[in-house]
Design a protein around this ligand. Sequence first.
Ligand SMILES: Nc1ncnc2c1ncn2[C@@H]1O[C@H](COP(=O)(O)OP(=O)(O)O)[C@@H](O)[C@H]1O
Ligand SMILES: [Mg+2]
Length: 372
Amino acid sequence: MGQVTLTDVRKVFGAFTALEGLNIDIAEGEFVALLGPSGCGKSTTLRMLAGLDFPTAGTISIGGRVVNDVPPGKRDIAMVFQSYALYPHMTVAENIAYPLKKRGMPKAERTAAVQKAAATLQLEPLLDRKPRQLSGGQQQRVALGRALVREPKVFLLDEPLSNLDAKLRSYMRAELIELHRRIGKTMVYVTHDQLEAMTMADRIAVMHGGRLQQFDTPAAVYDRPANRFVAGFIGTPSMNLVEGAVRDGTFVFAGQALPLPKDRFGDVPEGPAVLGLRPEDIRLEQGPLQGTLRLVENSGHEQIVTVEVPGGTRLLVRAEAGRPLSMGQSATLAVETARLHLFAPGETGARLGRDPGGAVVEMAPRQSGGAS
Ligand SMILES: Nc1ncnc2c1ncn2[C@@H]1O[C@H](COP(=O)(O)OP(=O)(O)O)[C@@H](O)[C@H]1O
Ligand SMILES: [Mg+2]
């Protein structure tokens, strides 16, 4: 019913290719986030699912039916925009009822549907208000209510929480997760915020430069990023990415040599590569790397430490709160080698080596799509 499939989708605006080779398969009831930096093609993808824009090539199907030529109103979808797009002169109840009225639904049925949506979203006390008498979060709930009453197969949401302040955003995140759990409908959720995608989605489609970089669960994109772009985009603070080379079973950079576990990286050919280390996978303990603490940022529950290693490379390290650390202090670094990553050179250099645990040999090609 609510499966969504994009097959070899391409979108060109004049001379500009906005999307290329897009293949995404979303299951009924799944919550999928389209995640990527501004301009990577997220909204264009969503607009094509909604029927507000059309692919230059490829097919889009919803519920097993190709919808390339089906107008928005006949696609069984509902879209929620960042701007809410509420009618200012209508009350909350009228705003929510609007799509049903347009559809010609009789008044009594309409009222019942509005009541049901209002109960789901806790909007009952606000039904007689105008949008300007509502907070941002309440307006967002009205926009959701207007989508809900249509009982679509698929919800399409484009950065719906971007206009809210941080506290309200985290509250609405929880509300949306809960809503999805209750109604069980397919949701395609566009965001540039990796935390939103990580916390809300069943699977994340990471996009960059109009191409899909990886489509997998939050745990998989975090633990096994498919390429250097995904590695750097997912996680806060970002993964440390260090240019260097594989030589004699070690990763060599700025005169230091970090031993590479043979079971994972024994098959990686010698030559230029990029090392990936998450801040929590480096410890300020006895270890193979030497450095100087350049910055200590204490957030109360942890400290983020910038460590400069010889040659000038700076690494971010997570340390526990309360540990006495000061700028200028020298330190050695231990690395959780089981959680280290290697990538081919280039902006979207592919993941190299085997995954931890080692069963699956996944030798990625040295050159990937956007490698420069
Ligand atoms: N109607 C259009 N005409 C020309 N270029 C467009 C149009 N719509 C989007 N683009 C371009 O396509 C790229 C992707 O846009 P968009 O899908 O809005 O990105 P995102 O939502 O990921 O920020 C951007 O470079 C944008 O400028
Ligand atoms: Mg957008």
